[in-house]
Design a protein around this ligand. Structure first.
Ligand code: LMR
Length: 353
């Protein structure tokens, strides 16, 4: 019996057929009590492969964890509160997904959230560096175009940065593109396949309409309108919510889809391809959203840039300097954060009396 147990765990760790069956993963949701965090946790809870779903928030979330723990799915739900429990929350996690932070209000651009949300990225990346440097770390928190470079810089400063393991979740841009194009073509959106590249703010979101399957054919003006709708869809929700926040439910749908893809990659499924904002050498922007194949250690392969139409090439040329600037600002934020931390933390302990 003991021998069988040892043999089974060795097989689970080493060969993919066993890994496909294993319920052995820990996923941590940071910001689990918020507008995105709650539905996201609910959707992740439906994944049968999870051993532990750890919920973290700055506010009490014991009730939410207890609630989710009653769902008839395998695995347990744990809760962690406050900064002091962040490292414990992420410790041992295979995936950490971050939805914490402030949402946009009408009239705001995502970049304006950096002052409030940059520190979230810095703190989570610091906790991951100490407690779980091998995890796959995925951010929903805006502004993604700056938050991911900030987190990368913190991980670098701590000597644990692995570009394959850090993600900005841009799945909602793909979800929206599929829905809007599907509706325009009278097709089931689930059967629309489209790549969205660039970043996650305004004109940096570049849906590659020319790659759409089935083919989306329309006059240039109509295509421009479609691109604009996808780029401004987040603002459409912010305005419709009229001051009570931004997309939460569709974002949770997209976030859960991405987490599921990460877990399928970890489990050894083949051909798991998702669009994500990652450290990249595909263009001159150091961080860029494109299709990546996911595997056991995060990004397994960066897919080549598809053939772009003339219109798309022009849009790409315009968005790259914006992404470069956002990355610089994100990195600068991290450096300032680290410097301030250094100045406030005493370098040596006071001598014992
Ligand atoms: C979205 O795209 O809905 C999110 O990034 C939230 C926002 O501020 O638009």
């Amino acid at each position: 019996m003991i021998l069988f147990g040892i043999l089974k765990s060795t097989l689970v760790a080493s060969t993919s057929p066993w890994r496909l069956l294993a319920r052995n993963y820990k996923v941590t949701v940071v910001g689990a009590g918020g507008g995105i965090g709650q539905p996201l946790s609910l959707l992740i809870r439906q994944n049968a492969g999870i051993r532990e779903l750890a919920l973290h928030d700055i506010n009490e979330i014991k009730g939410i964890a207890t609630d989710l723990s009653h769902i008839s799915m395998p695995g347990r739900v744990t809760s962690f509160v406050g900064e002091s429990e962040l490292e414990a929350a992420v410790s041992g996690a295979n995936v950490v997904v971050v939805a914490a932070g402030k949402p946009r209000l009408p009239g705001m651009e995502r970049e304006q959230l950096m002052a409030a949300n940059g520190v979230v990225a810095a703190k989570v990346a610091s906790a991951v560096s100490v407690a779980c440097p091998g995890t796959l770390l995925a951010f929903i928190t805006n502004p993604i175009n700056m938050i991911v470079p900030t987190a990368a810089e913190i991980l670098k400063a701590n000597g644990v940065f692995d570009p394959r393991r850090l993600f900005g979740i841009t799945t909602l841009d793909v979800v929206r593109a599929k829905k809007f194009i599907g509706t325009a073509m009278g097709k089931d959106p689930r059967h629309v396949d489209i790549t969205v590249i660039g970043g996650h703010a305004g004109t940096t979101i570049l849906p590659l309409i020319s790659t759409c399957k089935p083919k989306y054919v329309d006059e240039d003006k109509q295509i421009e309108k479609m691109v604009h709708r996808i780029q401004e869809a987040g603002t459409e929700v912010v305005e419709a919510k009229a001051g009570s926040g931004s997309a939460t439910l569709s974002m949770a749908f997209a976030g859960a889809q991405f987490v599921d893809a990460l877990l399928r990659g970890i489990r050894g499924h083949e051909g798991v391809v998702e669009c994500a904002f990652v450290a990249s050498e595909l263009t001159e922007a150091p961080f860029f959203a494109s299709n990546v194949e996911l595997g056991q250690y995060g990004v397994k392969r960066y897919l080549d840039m598809p053939q772009l139409s003339e219109m798309e090439m022009e849009a790409l040329a315009k968005l790259l300097p914006i992404l470069r600037k956002s990355a610089e600002e994100g990195i600068e934020f991290a450096r300032k954060y680290l410097k301030e931390l250094e100045e406030t933390v005493p370098t040596a302990l006071p001598k014992a009396q």
